[in-house]
Design a protein around this ligand. Structure first.
Ligand code: SF4
Length: 431
């Protein structure tokens, strides 16, 4: 979502004739868009601003703005601690960027805008064309969260759940398609909680699937509790909807799920996966796990390993629990760091074995790949298969923007390597 936001921030700044630069030393206005999910996010902000300060020690100071969730969470503290920062803008207020930059240019006082007015934000963004179209493009459809998992800052930094209007989403999507997008990933902190005046995520996906140039649709990130029957059915009925579902579970222990306030049990989660597999047996899953959450015993950890083995996630993203100031879990007694580290090593080793076993089954088999770009050397093209696996093939033909059937030859944890299928070379496939 930050990538989508960063692109929109750039669209806004273009109104003031700013252009992007890859070189910090050329900067007139430095906007640092931050994420609070990662560990030590605030320290990283000070570190980054320190680098800019160093670069401009003997030069005219650029305008320095911090946006995103760290800006929201820290607000005034950032301005107090680091005088080099001119403004902090929360993720729901960045549509005011133009006004803010003008004010800073006129040397007004430091600015802190951390309101939760998402309606105003999207009303303003609708007036500006989304110019950042890629073959695979993002579209934010929903923001915020009402779930209040005890470890998570999102409800405090992004605010309550908000869904954008279906008309503005379809218009933005048509624009993206007209500009070359072939795949749309619908984004939301709780994407399957999308509900605009009774129009649900499944309805939106049906509508987007009617846009001719859009050949693939994905969405992320889902909460198991919001997986309604209509969305399950959409996976049976919409061919353009890709068969990989990212479904964070966080723990395989009911005791820990309860402590996290995840609002469902392991049994519910397994049953949901069973239902999704029933409507489309080719569906695969990826997930997030927190290791060493406060109160996690050896048995709870074993339960997470058990779930990992049972579902055989093709990708598992696992992190040691790290507390976030202001969240209820931050007040709980922490698991010993060494124990948590040992558990993470065991977990990731097992997750990687499962992933590699799955990947080896793909070798010498066909895969439909949407090609997104070309590597600098040797006519190598990069794309993704239906399960979001990165695939690289060599081709003399320009493959960008096309879905091709490829034979997977081999691969590693990160990338699959394939070749164009000879006998049906040049034949394009619908997703
Ligand atoms: S559902 Fe996701 S975004 Fe919402 S509080 Fe839980 S972890 Fe955070």
């Amino acid at each position: 979502m930050n990538e989508y936001d960063s692109n929109r921030i750039y669209d806004l700044s273009k109104k003031l004739n700013y252009i992007k630069t890859d070189n910090v030393e050329d900067t007139d206005c430095y906007v640092l868009n931050t994420c609070h999910i990662r560990e030590k996010a605030t320290e990283k902000v000070y570190h980054d601003i320190g680098r800019v300060k160093k670069e401009f020690r003997n030069k005219k100071k650029p305008i320095v703005i911090v946006t995103g969730c760290v800006a929201q969470a820290e607000g005034e503290v950032l301005l107090e601690k680091e005088k080099y920062i001119d403004a902090v803008i929360g993720p729901q207020s960045y549509h005011l960027l133009e006004k803010i930059i003008k004010n800073i240019e006129k040397k007004f006082k430091k600015i802190n805008i951390t309101e939760f007015d998402v309606i105003d934000k999207f009303d303003n963004l609708n007036l500006i064309k989304n110019s950042s179209t890629n073959i695979s493009s993002f579209l934010t459809i929903q923001e915020g969260c009402d779930k209040f998992c005890k470890f998570c800052v999102v409800p405090y930094t992004r605010g309550p759940e908000f869904s954008r209007s279906i008309n503005e989403l379809l218009n933005e999507c048509i624009d993206l398609a007209n500009n070359g997008a072939k795949e749309i990933t619908l984004l939301g902190q709780n994407v399957n909680a999308f509900n605009y005046c009774g129009i649900k995520l499944s309805d939106l996906i049906y509508e987007i699937s009617k846009i001719k140039n859009i050949q693939r649709i994905r969405y992320t990130t889902s909460h198991p509790i919001d997986f309604s029957k209509d969305l399950i059915d959409a996976h049976a009925n919409i061919k353009k909807l890709m068969p990989l579902i990212h479904l964070p579970v966080q723990s395989g222990s009911n005791k820990i799920l309860n402590k996290m306030n995840r609002k469902h049990t392991v049994e519910y989660y397994i049953d949901l996966i069973r239902k999704l597999k029933k409507v489309n047996p080719l569906t695969r899953f990826s997930s997030d796990f927190i290791i060493g959450y406060p109160g996690e015993t050896d048995q709870d950890f074993e339960d997470s390993l058990h779930l990992l083995n049972e579902i055989e996630f093709i990708n598992s993203f696992s992190f040691i629990y790290s507390s976030r100031a202001g969240t209820p879990a931050a007040k709980l007694e922490q698991v010993d760091e060494n124990i948590a580290k040992k558990r993470l090593v065991i977990f990731q080793k097992r997750a990687n074995e499962i992933k590699m076993r799955y990947r080896k089954k793909l070798f010498n088999k066909p895969a439909k790949v949407l090609f997104e770009n070309k590597a600098k050397d040797n006519n190598k093209y990069f794309g993704r298969d239906e399960y979001f696996n990165s695939v690289i093939v060599k081709s003399d033909q320009n493959l960008i923007g096309q879905i091709k059937e490829v034979k997977i030859l081999n691969g590693n944890q990160n990338t699959l390597f394939g070749e164009m299928k000879q006998k049906i070379k040049n034949k394009e496939f619908a997703a």
